[in-house]
Design a protein around this ligand. Structure first.
Ligand SMILES: Cc1ncc(COP(=O)(O)O)c(C=O)c1O
Length: 421
């Protein structure tokens, strides 16, 4: 590659119009389904219509007894935690490296989040978790970061050994699996987001999965009050008399969002197969390109490819800072190459360093600081994220991005010299 880097005045490698990645894929069928839903009902108070339809399909897809739709992933997490009996002063071990909403609902239940470090893939590390269990620990929460399933066998073993619950945040990993078993079925319950870019998207929405009848019924009380509780809770349930009010919070999904997700779920496996092919191609093409290493997948693992994670090896590129490498790729037209920002080690966020000013009841209860989770911080600092396309017609973008990586790595010395000079 001889042409000059775009960052230094050359022509960008990728000149396709932006955006280069659009999700979810909306078709005429989606529009038709939404219009039909508009004419049918835009407010559903019980488990009927599109709500029941989507919950049935979600439960069947995952092979679980119950799926419960919610207005967001955050709401699903809140309802799941509350329904699992997590309350004041219980400790919950959570990933230091996750999107903050995995953890923030715990702060509205009075629980103490105990952060744990990650493994080499950015997922919760079972050994680190084991070292943080105390007699106050009630649960371990695992996120499957960027769609790559965590080491669930090791985490389940720790949870079983210490008799604590394992709960999942599957928000990055719809349809992902380990040994053919789907993410969302490894613990007592799981919560998922279905917001915009998620592998299964409703635009906005979420859901809970569980085989546990009691947890399901309590989750109804924590977010689906009145009609749904009155029609679904057994009359003999000890909490039936609260059916009208539930716990007072409403977390119902919008029927139009449910209709979009139902349409998406029909295609999820096809989309994931397409992503798998593109991820394999990207891995092959980037293998041997200096400065970047594609995160490996175990043989029995299927990722949802919410993102393809590249670990940056600046030492192979004359110690070129990752920031400069990223700038060079962006200048080449790779606008979708991302350095995740708000998804970061939680100890870097003010809410986890000093919760008191926003949540006075947490004053003095915990205080995390930069440096507390060296592996999570190094992982976060050292990765680039690519979207994983699923369609043949996007292959020109895939090839363009690969070419841009090659161009920048072939010409890295010009950037190093400029940096030094
Ligand atoms: C891992 C994870 N958990 C929870 C959430 C929160 O989901 P929602 O935005 O639907 O509330 C997100 C959203 O980005 C997420 O990535």
């Amino acid at each position: 590659m001889t042409s000059r880097l775009a960052l230094l005045g050359g022509q960008p490698t990728v000149d396709a119009p932006m955006p280069h990645f659009v999700w979810p894929p909306l078709t005429e069928d989606t529009s038709k389904a939404v219009v039909e839903q508009l004419a049918t009902s835009i407010s559903i108070y019980d488990r009927s219509g599109v709500i029941a339809e989507l919950e049935d399909v979600l439960a069947e897809y995952h092979g679980v007894r119950h799926a419960l739709l919610t207005s967001s992933g955050t709401a699903a997490l809140y309802s799941m935690y509350a329904a699992a009996g997590i309350g004041p002063s219980t400790e919950v071990i959570v990933p230091a490296y996750t999107f903050f909403a995995t953890v923030t609902p715990l702060l509205h239940l009075g629980a103490i989040p105990v952060l744990a470090d990650c493994d080499e893939r950015g997922n919760l590390d079972a050994e680190d978790v084991a070292g943080r269990i105390t007699e106050r620990t009630s649960a371990i929460v695992v996120t499957h970061m960027w769609g790559m399933p965590a080491n669930v066998a090791a985490l389940r073993a720790v949870a079983e050994d210490h008799e604590v619950m394992l709960l999942e945040d599957g928000s990055h990993a719809h349809g992902a699996s380990v040994g053919g078993k789907k993410v969302g079925t490894f613990g007592r319950a799981a919560a998922f987001s279905m917001n915009g870019p998620k592998p299964l998207s409703a635009g906005e929405g979420g859901f809970i999965l569980t085989d546990d009848d009691d947890l399901y019924q309590r989750a109804l009380l924590h977010g689906q009050y009145n009609k749904r509780c009155r029609s679904e809770l057994p009359r003999k349930h000890p909490l039936y008399r609260y059916a009208v009010t539930g716990m007072g919070l409403k977390h119902r999904i919008h029927p139009l969002a449910a209709r979009i997700a139902l349409d998406q779920l029909d295609h999820l496996d096809e989309y994931l197969d397409g992503r798998e092919r593109v991820a394999a191609h990207l891995r092959d093409q980037l293998d041997g390109v200096p400065g970047v290493v594609v995160l490996r997948t175990d043989r029995d693992v299927r990722s949802s490819w919410y993102g393809l994670i590249l670990q940056y090896r600046g030492e192979e590129l004359g110690d070129l800072p990752i920031e400069r490498f990223h700038e060079a790729l962006q200048a080449e037209g790779c606008c979708e190459v991302d350095r995740p920002g708000s998804t970061c080690p939680l100890n870097l966020l003010p809410l986890f360093q000093e919760p008191g000013p926003l949540l006075p009841e947490y004053e003095g209860k915990f205080s995390y600081a930069p440096g507390d989770f060296p592996r999570a911080e190094a992982f976060h600092q050292g990765i680039l994220k690519l979207p994983v396309w699923h369609r043949e017609e996007d292959m020109h973008l895939v090839e363009g991005y690969v070419e841009a990586f090659r161009k920048v790595t072939d010409n890295y010395r010009e950037l190093v010299e400029q940096n030094d000079g």
